[in-house]
Design a protein around this ligand. Structure first.
Ligand code: DAH
Length: 339
């Protein structure tokens, strides 16, 4: 029996030394010390020993059990610390590594300037209204005094969905929609996308943006139009910015004008950028045609109004000195990050 005990002690020692994790350690504990374990099996045979042998073997058996228990607990401790050391090593953070850069988005130059324009107009008491981009021929042309045969349609060739539905060529359609739904006084601007069958170049795109303006009230004059536009330009381009009106023709305004803004490059002196004009054409405007008012149910004998339509791209390009419109649509971050 002594030999058997010594064998158990030796084999336990050997196997415990090889244990790789807590689960294996527990299996060994059961194998050696459990109720059906090897040591218990030996102790069960103690009854067959002589009276002299029994205390000696008993003592030895107790020592073997105590030794194995001690070893198991030491192994458990070292396994635990190995485990936590491993975990620590795995979770170490290398503070010298370069950090992950969070890229913060920016507003597109078109949005930056549109926000400014909206601020300027809401400050003057204007509402901002929206209109559909897919529009009927009626709102886009007919109601603006441009019947089917009208030559003014030529410059606004567009994308036809069918004979009566188009991608709008101008935000002027929103004038009609607004006057049909509101009673004067009306003061609105309506920014949005417009579409024309134009070939892409430095100053043309089949999709661009306009901002329409409309004011209808009693006693509105050309002076109100000029004052409003002057205010817009000074706020956008600085107090010494001047505008100039040239007579023009739009079917839905009478009188009509094209509005030029002083060239930012030469301040009016004349240079290649403004083709020696000193001014750059920026928008169309005029006094709302009495016929247009009347067809929207507004009495032209009582009310008058002004309207204008300005290309957002043009104001943005003048504002930032951009010479090629295509840059605004190419989504090149090297360009966009400059604003
Ligand atoms: N709709 C015109 C265009 O696209 C611009 C315009 C001219 C708008 C005169 C107006 C206006 O409201 O009164 O070229």
């Amino acid at each position: 029996m002594r030999e058997a005990l010594e064998k158990i002690a030796a084999s336990a020692k050997e196997q415990l030394a090889k244990v790789a994790d807590i689960k294996e350690l527990e299996e060994l504990r059961i194998k050696f010390l459990g109720k059906k374990g090897e040591l218990t099996a030996i102790l069960k045979q103690m009854g067959g020993l002589s009276a002299e042998e029994r205390p000696v073997i008993g003592q030895l058996a107790n020592k073997v059990r105590a030794d194995i228990e001690q070893e198991i607990s030491e192994r458990a401790d070292s396994l635990k610390s190995e485990l936590s050391a491993k975990k620590m090593a795995e979770e170490t953070i290398d503070v010298t590594l370069p950090g992950k850069k969070r890229s913060v988005g920016k507003l597109h130059p078109l949005s930056i300037v549109l926000n400014e324009v909206e601020d300027i107009f809401t400050g003057m008491g204007f509402d901002i209204v929206d209109g559909p981009e897919v529009e009927t021929d009626h709102y886009c042309f007919e109601a603006l005094n441009m019947p089917k045969s009208h030559p003014a349609r030529d410059t606004q060739d567009t994308f036809y969905i069918n004979d009566n539905v188009v991608l709008r060529t101008q935000t002027s359609s929103v004038q009609i929609r607004t006057m049909e739904n509101r009673k004067p006084p009306i003061r609105i601007i309506s920014p949005g996308r417009v579409y024309r069958c134009d070939t892409v170049d430095a100053t043309h795109s089949p999709l661009f943006h306009q901002i329409e303006g409309l004011v209808v009230d009693k006693g509105i004059t050309m002076g109100d139009l000029i004052g409003t536009l002057e205010q817009l330009m000074k706020r956008l381009y600085g107090d010494d910015c001047k505008i100039r009106l040239r007579p023009h023709h739009f079917p839905y305004t009478e009188p009509s004008a094209e509005v030029d803004v002083m060239c930012y490059n030469c301040n009016g002196a004349g240079c290649p950028l403004c083709k020696n004009e000193g001014y750059i054409e920026l928008l169309g405007a005029g006094m709302v045609h009495p016929k247009v008012l009347e067809e929207c149910g507004i009495d032209p004998e009582v009310y008058s109004g002004f309207a204008f339509g300005v290309g957002l791209e043009r104001i943005v390009m003048r504002r930032f000195g951009i010479t090629d419109m295509r840059l605004l649509y190419e989504n090149d971050l090297r360009f966009l990050e400059q604003f």
